[in-house]
Design a protein around this ligand. Structure first.
Ligand code: FES
Ligand code: FES
Length: 172
């Protein structure tokens, strides 16, 4: 057993777990935070995406014992009913989900992705490497390509992301 201290959604947790325990299993099975979903368990679907020290990661590919001192945000930490984050609200307004299984990962991923864009990080489809990326459908599709949706709610997911990105731009 290995002891790990990490902060999850602003609250410090000390966990004793088998060193093979993934962050995803620790969140779901040890802490009861079942918002992060297990789809493939192989890093291929993005359903388990959480934000670790500001960067999106696949929780199914991360061992919890490697997370000592790390700040994790899951979909539960972004907002809750009555206090939704802008992306959570936009997914509802744009009907960005059907079964909802991929939605927590999509929202965590998009939350960190918008910060990456604001920080000026290019993607492989960004033409102007100096000037920042316009969030076209192609740009959003590339940046969100690690998050699959079996229900193919993609058009509405893109609309929701674009809505929030536009609101952020307008506020700057
Ligand atoms: S469950 Fe982690 S990427 Fe699919
Ligand atoms: S809404 Fe069903 S998998 Fe995306």
């Amino acid at each position: 057993m290995i002891e790990t201290t990490l902060t999850i959604n602003g609250q410090e947790h000390r966990l004793r777990a088998d060193p093979r325990t993934t962050l995803l299993d620790a969140l779901r099975n040890h802490l009861g935070l079942t918002g992060s979903k297990k789809g493939c368990d192989h890093g291929q679907c993005g359903a388990c995406t959480v934000i670790a020290d500001g960067r999106r990661i696949n929780a199914c590919l991360s061992l919890v014992c490697m997370m000592d001192g790390v700040e994790i945000t899951t979909v539960e930490g972004l907002g809750e009913p009555g206090r939704l984050s802008p992306l959570q609200d936009a997914f509802v307004r744009h009907d960005g989900y059907q079964c909802g299984y991929c939605t927590p990962g999509q929202i965590c991923s998009a939350t960190a992705m918008l910060d990456e864009v604001r920080a000026g990080w290019p993607s492989v489809v960004t033409e102007d490497l100096e000037g920042g990326a316009a969030l076209t459908t192609e740009e959003i599709g590339e940046r969100m390509s690690g998050n699959l949706c079996r229900c193919a709610a993609y058009p509405n997911i893109v609309d929701a992301i674009r809505d929030v990105a536009g609101a952020k731009e307008a506020a700057e």
